[in-house]
Design a protein around this ligand. Structure first.
Ligand code: ZN
Length: 329
């Protein structure tokens, strides 16, 4: 049995037809975790769908109403790059519930992994880039609202910039270039007014074209490999933790920095990505900060590679937290 919970629901399935986003990946990851005995049935927690009050704490009412009622304009639907359906909205609302459950269980047990979530391109008033509702922002906003936490950090390692997160939690302070040891990064190194520090490490020459400033942005060159990536990550996390002490970490563990990803241009291996995951969990553990992970993107040529990379995130958490125990604030 794992020392933390996995949050999963068959309803996470995204009905997208032949879309590049493999909407069936969540079920495949759950199956893989069970088949390989990384997890047992008892490790999985079934979330409830998110409450509308929680959604409206982050998203604009008009947008949410059009989304739920099926009255988005054609331009709004095009911007999501998804085939609209009410079933898709239901799945997204359930995914948001899963991410909130993961955040709560992390606060209670030190760690948790959602087998879903990570829709970091969604903005307050529109969806884009395969994301219609920002599950991580919704979860953090709820916990901040309830006073369960005052300070959170988002560590976003999807190959694409976390533009929705940065727009929803705009950093305070003056934006400037940081000269960290590995090269150029930028940001104010300050959290948003509501207490969220955003760290986005992404491929610079990739979607989205406009990248609003995060607290710390680490843009990577095309073809960045395991060694360069892991060094940049180590330095970025050191820099972030030196300036900001979160009470909860949301880890956006995108699988798309993978060398064989259709929408990514970095060159990480499956083993390099697993080491990335271990580093994030180790950093959280050594700082004594609860952490939860969500999955975001993954568009490997072979779907089974995306499944392996995502399943490895759970395995990495198990390796880190089984040896030393999960921390709790
Ligand atoms: Zn992505």
């Amino acid at each position: 049995m794992l020392p933390f919970s996995l949050i999963y629901h068959d309803g996470f399935y995204l009905p997208l037809g032949g879309h590049v986003f493999p909407g069936e990946k969540y079920r495949l990851i759950q199956q893989r975790l069970l088949e390989t005995r990384v997890a047992a049935e008892s490790d999985f927690v079934r979330p409830q769908t998110i409450a509308m009050d929680d959604v409206l704490r982050v998203h604009e009412r008009g947008y949410v109403e059009r989304l739920v009622n099926g009255t988005l304009s054609e331009a709004e639907i095009l911007q999501t790059e998804l085939p609209y359906s009410k079933a898709l909205v239901e799945a997204s609302l359930l995914g948001c519930g899963g991410t909130l459950e993961a955040a709560r269980l992390a606060l209670r047990n030190g760690a948790a992994c959602s087998i879903g979530g990570g829709f970091h391109h969604a903005h307050r008033g529109h969806g884009e880039g395969f994301c219609i509702l920002h599950d991580v922002a919704i979860a953090l906003a709820r916990l901040l609202h309830d006073g369960e936490i005052q300070r959170a950090m988002v560590i976003d390692l999807d190959v694409h910039d976390g533009n929705g997160t940065a727009a929803i939690f705009p950093p305070a302070g003056k934006h400037r270039r940081e000269s960290l040891r590995y090269g150029v990064a930028s940001g104010s190194m300050m959290p948003s007014a509501d207490g969220v520090f955003t760290l986005s490490m992404h491929q610079q020459n990739n979607y989205p074209m406009y990248k609003p400033p995060s607290s710390l942005d680490v843009p990577l060159a095309d073809g960045t490999d395991d060694a360069e990536y892991l060094e940049a990550l180590e330095n970025a996390m050191q820099g972030a933790f030196a300036r900001f002490r979160p009470q909860l970490i949301a880890y956006v563990a995108g699988a798309d920095p993978y060398v064989e990803d259709k929408l990514g241009g970095l060159a990480l291996t499956i083993e390099g990505l697993k080491e990335r995951d271990r580093m994030v969990f180790r950093a959280a553990q050594s700082a004594g900060v609860p952490v939860f992970s969500v999955y975001a993107g993954g568009y490997a040529i072979r779907v089974e590679d995306t499944v392996t990379i995502h399943a490895n995130t759970v395995l990495a958490a198990a390796e880190v937290f089984s040896f030393h125990g999960a921390t709790s604030c």
